[in-house]
Design a binder for this molecule. Sequence first.
Ligand code: BGC
Length: 418
Amino acid sequence: MKWFLSQSLGILLAAALTVAGGCADKPQNSPQSKSSGQKSGDAKNLAVKPVDTKPVPSKPAVDEKKMSVTQEAYGKLPDGTQIDQFTLCNPNGLKVKIINYGAIVTAVETPDRNGKIENITLYRDSLADYMEMKGGKPTTPYFGATIGRYGNRIAKGQFTLEGKEYKLAVNNGPNTLHGGLKGFDKVVWKAEPVKTADTVGVVFTYTSPDGEEGYPGTLQAKVTYSLTDKDELKMDYEATTDKATVVNLTNHNYWNLAGAGSGDVLKHEVTLNADRFLPVDSTLIPLGRLDTVKGTAMDFTAAKTIGKDMAQVEGGYDHCYVLSRKDDGLSLAARVTEPTSGRVMEVYTTQPAIQFYGGNFLDGTIRGGGKAYEKHNGFCLETQHYPDSPNQKDFPTTLLKPGETFKQSTVHKFSVQK
Ligand code: BGC
């Protein structure tokens, strides 16, 4: 009931926000918006129709110059629960779409240097695709998802906290990856659209029960995704607990600045503000030491294509880089440029590290927009704490105690170079 009320309020608010602003939809990755036969009373109808009785114009009667957030039905879970998609637009043509299943970013549409708009984050075509399982395993490797409680790996799915041993759901060889079998990427989040003078966004909240996937404490998690009029996608994370626990929240977009499905990302030029990285064992658990990148294929302190030295890195890039930070505030972690489109993405974060993953495990078996995602067709820059911190006493702590609030922010700034 409470959930229903908050959803209804959200829908009404979205309707109000849509009337106040809005942007035309060039349908991409909006399964429900493609169908004309919407049932009366569904989220889309409420969201896009003003409360008068005029017919919906073929082009939305909205002011393209304003920021907008809209809400529409996206799909249904097997138990009938409706999942919605929220679309954030800014006056410069940027559009971000997020669903409340897994708080998954399903689209980030930005212009290239000629003004051509493309979705630059890998996506699937429907909720069923995002939820698809084969051989008991999900087929979509966390595309666009919000990751929790603990992003990255925890060795052997166990740790000791305040003298007590906890055993987690193991889902990646001998280890726990990205929260376990049913991490935050596979749960339904409550969603509330929000709008300020220069941002539009959605506040997603999820209460993770004590013991979920083996983690101690009831965790109240909150992530706000917002789009600014300065072409930034902001991700603000917060969490509180009623028992000591460990937290490492992040987002798992796979980027391809030339457009999702356009091929490999090996010609993207990457700079990372990191002169050290964490070497790992064969199961990708950090060995515990911090190695210098200097003179190695791991060095991205100066702009270099992903492909340049990749062959020298066994398995490809899938490493946590320790950010060279001056203070606790937002600071530049990564800059990526793509020569053909001219698109540039800068990542700023308050987090201590960034996982640079080169899409090594993509193998062409899953598709989006009619295209297969082959090896290295996307890369991830996951801002986070170090992997396996609960078992590594020299790593910055990921402990969260009752009365404390976990807070981290990451900003992706999009632009083009001529
Ligand atoms: C990990 C990879 C993993 C990928 C998708 C990344 O965060 O570092 O090893 O394959 O997520 O599961």
